[in-house]
Design a protein around this ligand. Structure first.
Ligand SMILES: Nc1ncnc2c1ncn2[C@@H]1O[C@H](COP(=O)(O)OP(=O)(O)OP(=O)(O)O)[C@@H](O)[C@H]1O
Ligand SMILES: [Mg+2]
Length: 261
């Protein structure tokens, strides 16, 4: 069985995409399930969040995107300090890909994974950059599903709508198998505005919105600064975040959606 490949996306910055990738990876790791994180953001926040410092000669997501080469993803995988969590890291060089005019650019990531045996992993998570650029399209061509992360703000419905339109255009061609799996409400505060916007999102998108919202809690930043997985971080209200990411993982129903090899 090959694992499901999920793109964690939103063209808007700072909504909690990387936090969601790392939170889900942490929840899987706490269950001794192996996960591969693929950092597709030139900012490299997932890479640093996992406590990885890149060697000069490291093979990164840039190498997968800079040529068309079958199976190269296998050479880029490294272990991280987080138990059960492996990584294909990102460096700032990845930003150069947006200027590459090659015709097959958006297929390169998918090709890089072609023939690579990922059966040791329960899940592959792609951390996407905050744009609707070529890197996002490359991820959507290589993924099975999309999890949209959004804060409950005034622009959320239209922002998720833009992403939904992008997903729809990719499913028309070139990746008809791509599905819109979930919308995750992240960085939720107990304010009237956030509660109102959460209701609005649930009204528009119904069951597509995960029942579990991720609360805005300082423990998330503290754990990130300490490069520690939230399920091992003791301090503040880390338990509330642990439970939220574990519930979210359950909602994604990974095992049931594993794709046949
Ligand atoms: N649940 C949370 N509680 C508190 N802070 C959070 C939470 N989720 C994310 N943050 C903080 O918000 C900021 C943005 O989060 P994150 O980096 O995950 O967003 P992003 O969507 O990946 O951003 P970008 O678009 O720049 O990649 C970070 O400082 C992060 O630590
Ligand atoms: Mg990010």
């Amino acid at each position: 069985m090959q694992p499901r490949r999920i793109a964690v996306a939103n063209q808007k910055g700072g909504v909690g995409k990387t936090a969601t990738v790392l939170g889900l990876a942490s929840a899987l790791s706490a269950r001794n399930q192996h996960v591969l994180v693929v950092d597709m953001d030139p900012q490299g926040n997932a890479t640093t969040g996992l406590g990885v410092e890149l060697e000069d000669d490291a093979v990164t997501a840039y190498d997968l995107m800079s040529r068309t080469d079958e199976g190269t993803a296998a050479n880029a995988v490294i272990a991280t300090p987080w138990e059960c969590v492996d990584l294909i890291p990102a460096s700032v060089a990845l930003a150069n890909i947006e200027a590459d005019g090659a015709n097959d650019l958006i297929f390169r990531l998918d090709v890089a994974f072609e023939g690579v045996d990922l059966s040791a992993y329960s899940l592959v998570l792609f951390d996407c950059p905050p744009s609707l650029g070529k890197l996002l399209f490359a991820v959507l061509c290589a993924a099975d599903g999309v999890v949209a992360v959004t804060e409950p703000t005034i622009d959320s419905v239209s922002g998720v709508g833009n992403l939904e339109e992008t997903i729809r255009s990719v499913t028309r061609r070139p990746n008809p198998n791509l599905s819109f799996d979930k919308i995750v409400i992240s960085r939720k505060r107990n304010t009237g505005e956030h509660t109102f916007r959460e209701h609005e999102l649930r009204e528009v998108y119904g069951d597509l919105v995960a029942a579990t919202s991720i609360p805005e809690l300082a423990a998330r930043q503290d754990a990130h600064s300490a490069h520690t997985q939230i399920h091992k971080f003791r301090g503040g209200r880390s338990l509330a975040l642990q439970l939220a990411y574990t519930d979210l993982l359950d909602e994604l129903n990974i095992a049931a959606k594993e794709t046949a090899s």
